[in-house]
Design a protein around this ligand. Sequence first.
Ligand code: HEC
Length: 461
Amino acid sequence: MQLDKLVVRFIFSSCCLLPSTLLARDIVVNPGEQIQDAVNQAQAGDSVRVMPGLYQETVYIDKDDVALIGVIIDGERAILDGGEKELHDGIIASGHGVNIEGFHVRNYRSNGITTQGANNYRIHNNIVENIHLYGIFPQFGKNGLVSQNITSNTSDAGIYVGISENVDIIANEAFDNALGIEAENSHNILIEANYVHDNAVGIPVVIFPGMQTKTSADVIVRNNMVINNNSTLFERSAMKTGRGITVTAVDRVTIEGNIIKGNSTCAVCINSLSSMGGAFPVDAAVEPEPDHTSITRNVFVNNGYQAVGLEVAGATIKNGADIVNLARGRGHCAAASQGATTLGLSRWADCDPQLSSAHVESYLLAEPVVSQALSRTQKAQLTYHAVCSGCHSYDHTMIGPPMIVIQALYKNNPQGLAAWIAEPTKKRPLEQFPAMPPQNYLSAELRLDLARYILNEVGAR
Ligand code: HEC
């Protein structure tokens, strides 16, 4: 990074020609240079502007209010490429108030763009493809916008919002993924005006047991096009194909105004945790039934013509329907006026024709979340929830082994655990566990604090 590439931009307040307190800089990155070098120089308010070309690195943003902008010229973008999936993550942000836009992110082994414990983020107008785990993955944060991105070919979710609150996911396209757009263990999520097609499951809304969040509620799935989600590209037992929108044990999910067409098992499938055929661990603290689902004003065309892996009361069913209910729960309704074919809906009410989610225009907060200064232990705790708990639960095997196993392995050995975090090796059979991504972007001090936190503090609750 040369100094002549630093363009200093003064921002004058509009009333009087005095510089405001904001002194924002543009830091320009050209092909052949490292984006990370520019991020290291950036301060709050700065924009790192990356010119079109090829970049092969993992960019880590651990500071607040930095924009990382891929400059698009004549349709050419800055491409972040993980090689033959040698690199784990494209962009990782743990700072608050980051804005990530304009990139083409491809061929990474874990995630394309991920935020970890960050609030007030915006992920806009990126193309993310061929990613092993999640395309766009905001984890453990509040008040975020994910808009106008295109994600494809991820072997898990194209867009996956986990343990989050107040997130809008607007006008994205997700296709050829195992899951299109997933909201998991989250609250106040608006999924609107997206085009979700040719995934195995289009829009799953789910609570996953065994995490520290024991409830998930208030998700609006509105005005989306959910088309032909019949892909078998990444089929797995927990992700049976042919499903447009699924609700699994989440409360107050509103499914309104969508066009749902050509999904072979169901347009909408409602599940309890126990109807998922053992795909989820048992967690006594999680209520297994969804409550208060409402399904109104949708257009259903040609769904449920050939069910895949659909079992009702132990019997395999050949034909699905527009709306398939495999759960119990209370307070559900489906509007009769939609003319949907249904299975298992005899106890549902007809929705009140006045019922509408129009009063929720957005779940974004009027004011940004104000972040507190954290002590070292609090930072370790946040990192545990924002990074590790995406793959490790306390007492269940998720993507990695459970924490109780890890606590036994590293008893009285925080140094050993900290060393593993930085440079994990391949220990367990690949059929059961993928490789763990190295977390060496975390500082040595934080890794050791984190190891101590895991060994001394992490428990069942
Ligand atoms: C993307 C998923 C993922 C994330 C995120 C992740 N891990 Fe792992 N972890 C794994 C997998 C998979 C394994 C098993 C790897 C193997 O044994 O080959 C593993 C194994 C481990 C082990 C076992 C080491 C041993 O000696 O057997 C420890 C300790 C561990 N992870 C700690 C952590 C910590 C701490 C974090 C958070 C900073 C973390 N992991 C984040 C997936 C992940």
